[in-house]
Design a protein around this ligand. Structure first.
Ligand code: F0G
Length: 460
């Protein structure tokens, strides 16, 4: 094996049994699930790479925090501990807990945008796009063109296309652009990082046209690790210093803490210094989430998040974490299987278009590969392509995604090298019979976020 696996910087104190069903059972389960991986039961999955969100293994310090959580309705000690951690790491004055990332989006976006307006991002994640649309506005993706070529190995494929951003602002008029959103790392483009230089340039354009800049900060620590590896200016900085620099370019952030804060539930809104905006956020939090000092969470969840925010910054952990991605990607390189390269921070995004060139976008190659992986070895992954993107909200027509990825999202501190080898071997087997894999059609879909609930059938 040419690529080295970075050993786990922890040992295991508690285990959870998993088991692989027979091929016949797996074929039956996925058919019963109407070929939608979200309909599978967890117990029928052997290696679950559906998401890295909320699927993390907490540390003994976090579990100890769970026992210490203060369940006071108002003014819980756990809340103050969390706010202090957030202020210390991000250097923002106002930190509001919410139950997860999309709750933060709901609370914040409704205050900032409405009908006839736009939000522009380096790339929207599905729920973020949905909350822009639910607030009445329209979402526009503006990632650098390099992101569109999975084989092009450049260091910051998640960046905003700053020139295009300025053109879009001028085309629609600055008053029509309610918000610019920088997603770090850029999940939909493959967990690809954004450079500090790009954040600086984006912030300068926002300032010029007086448009607020929100950071969609789910994977802020992985992004900071890539900056340390790849951006000369930051090679000797601590991760925390890099994070502070990153956040200095935003006016606010929404964060799903279920990723880099290594918890199972939680989210944050951060406001750098706009006290009036924070006042409005408190009001909406109370309506939608719960009182300000718990934000839809139990006191124990606030406590675990306060600890996890710091654990996510540990460099030994980040080296192992990104090392897992590099190991799996290295095995795929050896087998000639393409993915969004260089590999991103939270998963391997397989290029399903390259694996199945005979399946057109409207027959969902990314979904077809996800189903094959389940049938092959009980591995659950998901489509990040045209199937997930859905229909145009105005015309109802199927959108053609820039990528057709199948995402192998790796939960934090959960799976071992041997599990990753099973994933690589399954893909090698699928590649051998790729010609015979068929596309899918949708037999039922809901109007928004359809991929969670839709029913499909194979096209014979
Ligand atoms: N922003 C980004 C970039 C995300 O990746 C997610 C969630 C959210 C916002 C919403 O956060 O789930 O806590 O409400 N991404 C998960 C995923 C679900 O699988 O990538 P949430």
């Amino acid at each position: 094996m040419s690529i080295k696996y970075v050993p786990e910087p922890f040992r295991i104190k508690m285990v959870e049994t998993i088991k692989m069903l027979s091929r016949k059972e797996r074929e039956q389960k996925i058919a019963e699930a109407k070929y939608n991986v979200f309909n599978l039961r967890g117990e029928d999955v052997y290696i679950d790479l559906l998401t890295d969100s909320g699927t993390n293994a907490m540390s003994q310090e976090q579990w100890a925090g769970i026992m210490r959580g203060d369940e006071s309705y108002a003014g819980a000690g756990s809340y103050f501990k969390l706010v202090e951690a957030g202020r210390d790491i991000f250097d923002y004055q106002y930190i509001q807990p919410v139950h997860q990332g999309r709750a933060g989006e709901k609370v914040l976006f409704g205050l900032l945008m409405g009908e006839g307006q736009y939000a522009i991002s380096n790339m929207f994640f599905d729920t973020t796009r949905a909350h822009v649309e639910l607030a009445g506005a329209r979402a526009i993706d503006c990632v650098v063109p390099e992101a569109g070529d999975p084989n092009l190995r450049v260091p910051f494929k998640g960046n905003m296309d700053v020139e295009k951003l300025e053109q879009l602002i001028l085309k629609h008029g600055p008053e029509k652009i309610a918000l610019v959103i920088m997603t770090i790392t850029n999940n939909s483009a493959g967990g690809q990082p954004v450079s500090i230089r790009n954040m600086r340039d984006t912030a300068a354009v926002c300032k010029k046209y007086e448009i607020p800049l929100n950071i969609d900060a789910a994977r802020y620590a992985e992004n900071a690790y890539f900056i340390k590896q790849r951006e000369e200016e930051f090679k000797d900085k601590y991760i925390k210093e890099i994070i502070r620099e990153m956040f200095s370019y935003g006016d606010m952030f929404t964060m799903s803490a279920k990723k880099d804060s290594i918890v199972n539930i939680g989210g944050l809104i951060g406001i750098k210094n706009d006290g009036e905006l924070y006042q409005l956020i408190k009001g909406r939090t109370i309506s939608y989430e719960g009182y300000v000092t718990y934000g839809g969470l139990a006191g124990r969840d606030l406590e675990a998040m306060a600890v996890g925010l710091y654990e996510g910054l540990d460099e030994d952990y980040l080296k192992y974490r990104i090392g897992q991605m590099e190991y799996l990607a290295g095995r795929l390189d050896e087998a000639g299987i393409t993915y969004q390269a260089p590999v991103g921070g939270h998963g391997v995004f397989l290029d399903a278009k390259a694996m199945f060139p005979h399946i057109p976008y409207y027959e969902f190659p990314g979904q077809a590969l996800a189903i094959e992986l389940y049938k092959e070895a009980g591995i659950r992954s998901c489509d990040i392509g045209s199937y997930m993107l859905g229909n145009d909200p105005d015309t109802g027509e199927q959108l053609h995604a820039e990528f057709e990825f199948t995402r192998l999202a790796i939960p934090r501190r959960v799976y071992t090298q041997a599990h990753l080898d099973i994933v690589a071997d399954a893909l090698i087997n699928i590649k051998k019979r790729a010609d015979s894999v068929k596309g899918y059609r949708i037999t039922w879909e809901p109007p928004v976020l359809r991929h969670f609930q839709a029913s499909l059938e194979p096209i014979e």
